[in-house]
Design a protein around this ligand. Structure first.
Ligand SMILES: Cc1ncc(COP(=O)(O)O)c(C=O)c1O
Length: 405
C-alpha cells in the first residue's frame, strides 16, 4: 500500500533490514526447539549464544553519577571524550584535530556524506561492504560506487582503484573514499602492507585532480588475530594524515570496542586537520540532525582513561575474545577446507566472507539445514562472532551439501 502522505520517493522502501530479519528468523526457529546455527548476528556471543558484555566497562557504567549521565553533552561532544577516543587509535596524538561526537560509527559515516559530497555525487568504497553503506548513501542522496576488495592471495587491483578514483574526481571534482581497514566487514581480512601502501600512494598521486578525503571506518580493531598488524596499519594512516594532502578522517565507535552497541557512542574526527570551516560544518550537521549525543558513554570512556586497573581488565577481555574469534575463524577455515571448499582466512573483526555464486539461493537452502547466514552479492557473510568452534564442521558440511544441490 502506498501512503499518500509520503512524498513519492519515500514510498519506494520495504523498511526491512536483511540482517535483523534473518536474525529474527533464526531465533524463531531456535525458539521452536530446533538446533540452529545463527551466523547472522553482528554482536559478540559466547558459546551459549549469550551477548558478551565487557565487565570492565559495565563496572564503570554502574559507577556513573547523575551529572555524568543527565546533562546535555556539548553539541560537538565533550572534547575530552573526542581526544580519548582518538587516542585509543593514535596514542601519540595530543589533539583530535577537528571532530564531533556522533551516534556510533554510523552517525560519523552519515555526517561525512553530508559534508564531503553534494547530493547526487558519488561515494567510493570497496565491495563486498557492510550492507548499511548503501542505505546511508541512498538516505543522503548519494550514489555509491565500488571497487573490488582484494580476494585472498590476490593483490589489490590498483589499476581498477585508480580508474574509479580518477573517474570520480574528473566528473565531480572531489573524492570521498570510505575504507573499512583493518579488520574488514565482511571479509574478515585486512589489507596487506603492500596493498595499503599502493593504495595510499595512488591517493596521494590523485590530489592534484581535486580534494581527496579518505575516511577510515574503524569498527572492529580490538578484535584481531595480531594487534601488531593493526598498529602498523594505524601508523601508515597517521603518516599520510600528517602530510595533509589527502584529508584523512576516521569513523570511531564504542559499539564493539566497549560492547556498548546500544549506547550509540562514536565520533567523526580529522586528527590532522585544523580547518575551522570543517569544524563549523560538522557542528552544524550535529545540531541539524541529532543535536547532541548521549553523555553516559562519553563519561564511561573518560572514567576508563583515568582507571588503570579497568584498562588492564578491558585489555584482558579484548585479548580473550580475540583469541576465541581466532579459534572460531580457524575452525571454520579448517572445516571448509576439509569439505573441499574454498578457504576463508581471517585477520580480524566479527565476520568472514565465503565467496560463491548464487548466494541468495544458497543462503535459502542453508536455512533448510538450520544454518542462517547473510547473503551478499559476492557470497555469504558468516558471523564468527556468534559461531562456536564445535559448530564449524556442521556448518561446512551443510554448505557443501547446499552447493551440490
Ligand atoms: C563496517 C562497519 N562500520 C560501521 C559500523 C557502525 O556501527 P555503530 O554505528 O554501532 O558504531 C559497523 C557496525 O556493524 C560496521 O560493521
Amino acid at each position: 500500500m502506498l501512503s499518500a502522505h509520503l512524498v513519492p520517493a519515500r514510498n519506494a522502501f520495504d523498511g526491512t533490514d536483511l540482517i535483523f530479519t534473518l536474525n529474527s528468523a533464526a531465533q524463531a526457529r531456535a525458539a521452536l526447539g530446533e538446533s540452529v546455527i545463527n551466523a547472522t548476528v553482528g554482536a559478540l556471543l559466547d558459546d551459549n549464544g549469550r551477548l558478551v558484555v565487557h565487565e570492565s566497562v559495565m563496572g564503570l557504567y554502574r559507577q556513573l553519577t547523575a551529572p555524568e549521565i543527565a546533562p546535555y553533552a556539548p553539541i560537538t561532544g565533550d572534547p575530552a571524550y573526542l581526544l580519548a577516543l582518538t587516542q585509543r587509535h593514535w596514542p601519540m596524538l595530543t589533539s583530535y584535530g577537528i571532530g564531533v561526537a556522533t551516534p556510533g560509527g554510523t552517525g560519523a559515516l552519515a555526517v561525512s556524506l553530508r559534508n564531503m559530497l553534494e547530493p547526487g555525487q558519488r561515494l567510493l568504497t570497496a565491495a563486498p561492504y557492510w550492507g548499511p553503506y548503501v542505505t546511508l548513501a541512498v538516505e543522503n542522496g548519494i550514489v555509491m560506487d565500488t571497487v573490488p576488495y582484494p580476494a585472498d592471495g590476490e593483490l589489490l587491483d590498483v589499476v581498477a582503484w585508480r580508474g574509479a578514483c580518477e573517474a570520480i574526481l574528473r566528473t565531480q571534482g572531489r573524492l570521498l573514499l570510505w575504507l573499512n581497514d583493518p579488520c574488514h566487514n565482511p571479509t574478515g581480512r585486512s589489507l596487506t602492507t603492500a596493498d595499503r601502501r599502493a593504495l595510499l600512494q595512488m591517493l596521494r598521486d590523485l590530489t592534484p585532480l581535486g580534494p581527496v578525503t579518505l575516511l577510515l571506518d574503524f569498527a572492529y580493531l580490538d578484535y584481531a588475530r595480531d594487534q601488531r598488524t593493526v598498529r602498523a596499519a594505524l601508523d601508515e594512516y597517521a603518516a599520510i594524515g600528517a602530510e595533509r594532502d589527502v584529508l584523512v578522517g576516521a569513523s570511531l565507535s564504542l559499539s564493539k570496542a566497549f560492547t556498548l552497541y546500544g549506547a550509540r557512542a562514536g565520533a567523526l574526527v580529522f586528527p590532522w586537520s585544523t580547518d575551522t570551516a570543517l569544524g563549523a560544518a560538522l557542528a552544524t550537521s550535529c545540531r541539524g540532525t541529532f543535536s547532541n549525543c548521549a553523555r553516559a558513554p562519553m563519561s564511561v570512556l573518560l572514567r576508563m582513561t583515568r582507571d588503570e586497573s579497568a584498562q588492564r581488565a578491558l585489555a584482558d577481555e579484548h585479548l580473550r575474545w580475540s583469541t576465541i574469534l581466532t579459534q572460531r575463524a580457524d575452525a571454520l577455515d579448517t572445516a571448509l577446507q576439509a569439505e573441499g571448499l574454498r578457504a576463508a582466512p581471517w585477520d580480524g573483526g566479527f565476520f568472514v566472507a565465503i565467496l560463491l555464486d548464487e548466494p541468495f539461493a544458497v543462503a535459502e537452502r542453508l536455512q533448510a539445514e538450520g544454518v542462517f547466514v547473510v547473503p551478499m552479492k559476492e557470497g555469504l557473510r558468516v558471523g564468527v562472532c556468534g559461531l562456536k568452534v564445535s559448530d564449524a564442521p556442521r556448518f561446512a558440511a551443510a554448505l557443501r551439501k547446499c552447493l551440490a544441490a
